[in-house]
Write a protein that binds this ligand. Structure first.
Ligand code: ADP
Length: 407
């Protein structure tokens, strides 16, 4: 079965085509700068067993024409891997916010579209463009079954004590103000692989998953179910991120409005786009920050210290919430690639039974691996995430007769 995974952003469409039977990625790509004078399409495709790439400028004044370009790239004589778009049997769409409506993926119909719309207010930057992606893909890939896979769904198992804020109940009831959590496909993917690495079933282990990419979040997972996560009603809460502040005293917002003459939009922009690592040292690419630190740059060193300290505090909190964990799992760009950040996050956690093996941690690699010492009671693992594959698998599962009967 051929499944196309689509991630639509405000000015981009990312896609990846899987052949589920052969466990193969047949093609992938990204169309950027939709709506601008010229857009850029980079298509990667498998040809005669080799991975090839072609980039070029295209005209995509809107998402509809953009989706057509994606379909064309998949069927084009040079870059294509299909003879017709109708060979795509299912399309899995990443949808950022499922609110409380979705605890699992959903085959898209009128009711699902209405529910995605209901959640617009919770993710105004993401859900409307995700829906545009769905609507245009449904017309371009009109023979396929379309499935929505929500970033929030994995976290819907949290108990009320973790998802409720200490706010008046009407704010929850009327406005949906609660913790939802994001990066669900990543936390779900690596937690399943971690259980396998530990030789156990997902419902036999307690895990702390640590997704450190440009966005960053952690999850406490007990017996395969999320019981807490660091992102909140929006992806702004929790860890220090590339450009997002993560946890701050909410009074800062009022203080800035009253004393710094900043408007709400400006504060929102500052917390989301000009804070985090970028705010602390002017840079959000961790490779650059590490290089600057190595040259003795104090701002870079402090930024990384604040970053790692926040992760460490959350590890302590989640150890307590879980009553102990079998493993902590690092994933995403920084978690998979930076031994220095991993070591800083785990420094001093021997008191919790977590002991890093320096040599294993330093060893570069792209495969899932253990980096704790043999004596460590809690294992430390590095597991590459693959959100697109997880979305493809969830889409596949949603089509099975078993799953359909539950919908
Ligand atoms: P996104 O959230 O955009 O998917 P990624 O998961 O790709 O982000 O992670 C991006 C981050 O990973 C960047 O901060 C980048 O600097 C960092 N990164 C990538 N490779 C390395 C590396 N070898 N060492 C340190 N950081 C790295």
């Amino acid at each position: 079965m051929k499944i196309l995974v689509i991630n639509t952003g405000s000015s981009s469409i990312k896609y990846r085509l899987f052949d589920m039977a052969g466990n193969l990625v047949l093609a992938s790509g990204v169309l950027e700068r939709i709506g601008e004078e010229t857009s850029a399409l980079t298509a990667t495709f498998l040809r005669d067993g080799e991975v090839r790439q072609k980039s070029g400028e295209r005209l995509a004044p809107d998402h509809r024409s953009g989706m057509r370009l994606v379909a064309d790239a998949l069927t084009d004589p040079e870059t294509g891997v299909l003879t017709a778009a109708s060979e795509v049997e299912a399309v899995g769409h990443r949808v950022v916010h499922g609110g409380e409506d979705f605890v699992r993926p959903a085959i898209i119909d009128g009711r699902v579209i209405e529910a995605i719309k209901r959640n617009f207010a919770l993710a105004p930057l993401h859900n409307p463009v995700n829906l545009v992606g769905i609507e245009v893909a449904m017309s371009v890939f009109d023979k396929a079954v379309h499935v929505a896979v929500f970033d929030t769904a994995f976290h819907q198992t949290m108990p009320a004590r973790a998802f409720r804020y200490a706010l008046p109940p009407e704010l929850y009831i009327e406005f949906g103000i609660r913790r939802y959590g994001f990066h669900g496909s990543s936390h779900g993917h690596v937690s399943e692989l971690a259980a396998r690495m530990l030789g156990k079933k997902p419902d036999e282990v307690s895990l702390i998953t640590i997704h450190l990419g440009n966005g960053a979040s952690m999850a406490a997972i007990k017996k395969g179910k999320c019981i807490d996560t660091s992102m909140g009603m929006t992806p702004l809460e929790g860890l220090v991120m590339g450009t997002r502040s993560g946890d701050v005293d909410p009074s800062i917002v009022f203080h800035l409005a009253s004393n710094a003459g900043m408007g709400l939009d400006e504060i929102n922009d500052a917390l989301n786009k000009r804070s985090g690592l970028k705010g602390l040292c002017g840079e959000n690419d961790v490779r650059e920050i590490l290089a600057r630190k190595a040259k003795g740059d104090g701002d870079a060193a402090l930024a990384l210290e604040v970053y790692a300290y926040r992760v460490k505090k959350y590890i302590g909190a989640y150890m307590a919430a879980l009553g102990g964990a079998d493993a902590v799992v690092f994933t995403a760009g920084i978690g998979e690639n930076s031994p220095e950040i991993r070591a800083a996050c785990l420094e001093g956690l021997e008191c919790l039974g977590l002991e890093l093996d320096r040599e294993k941690n330093e060893k570069p690699g792209h495969e899932a691996r253990e980096i704790s010492s043999p004596a460590s009671r809690v294992k430390a693992l590095v597991i590459p995430t693959n959100e697109e594959l997880e979305i493809a698998r969830k889409t596949h599962e949603a089509l099975s007769p078993d799953e359909r009967s539950r919908l």
